[in-house]
Design a protein around this ligand. Structure first.
Ligand SMILES: CSC[C@@H](O)[C@@H](O)C(=O)COP(=O)(O)O
Ligand SMILES: [Zn+2]
Length: 205
């Protein structure tokens, strides 16, 4: 057991990793997963582990600025993106990141957003009651400087009236959050389903 991570939290992260892997959304060592703990702490995957084969040893705790609680352990390279979502959205309890083929290919072909409209699954999103709604999913240029990337994400959030619980990094992957792990997984599945539809629709043109 990782120090300071309750067993149910560790199990939820391990199970989420398996579920993402079953969908082929975390190839190689891609993806990262976290759950907010009380008192400004976050349980997150350590860097470089296969997310379909996690154990409690592959998890660790950081604070909301991404500082490790256990010195010597390296948290996910993208920890600051998780922390940014937790800081901005107090209701966020879990964050997921994956690299699907659909989000990777589509994000290389679009500008700074993907509009999802006329999908029944839009109703999986907070406050949306009909397929007639639409979600504008921000797309950011990928950046290996994660602090700079998080600053770009925050600047975009500042400019948006409605912030959807997710965004895409071009040629890289998707970030999604929810009030708990189940909610984050449902949103990720809904988003990935719609992105896959867009992917097929555009390929058929
Ligand atoms: C396999 S390369 C993918 C990484 O660069 C990164 O994008 C990623 O998703 C996983 O990084 P990690 O540090 O394991 O959380
Ligand atoms: Zn990634």
């Amino acid at each position: 057991m990782s120090p300071g991570i309750p067993e149910d939290v560790a199990q939820a992260i391990v199970a989420a990793g398996r579920r993402l892997d079953q969908r082929n959304w975390v190839p190689a060592t891609a993806g990262n997963i976290s759950i907010r703990l009380p008192e400004g702490r976050v349980a997150i995957t350590r860097s470089g582990f296969h997310k379909g084969q996690l154990s409690a040893d592959a998890l660790m705790v950081v604070d909301l600025d991404g500082r490790p609680e256990q010195p010597g352990l390296r948290p996910s390279a993208e920890t600051l993106l998780h922390c940014g979502a937790y800081r901005r959205f107090p209701e966020a309890g879990a964050v997921l990141h994956g690299h699907s083929i659909a989000n990777t290919v589509l994000s290389r072909a679009v500008g700074d957003h993907i509009t999802l409209a006329r999908y029944e699954l839009l109703k999986a999103f907070p406050g949306l009651a009909t397929h007639e709604a639409e979600v504008v999913l921000p797309v950011f240029d990928n950046d290996q400087d994660i602090a700079r990337l998080q600053a770009a994400v925050e600047a975009r959030w500042d400019s948006m009236k409605e912030i959807p619980p997710g965004y895409v990094l071009r040629g890289h992957g998707i970030y999604v959050w929810g009030r708990d792990m189940d909610s984050a997984l449902i949103r990720m599945e809904a988003l990935e389903f719609m992105l896959e539809c867009e992917f097929h629709e555009r390929s058929a043109r």
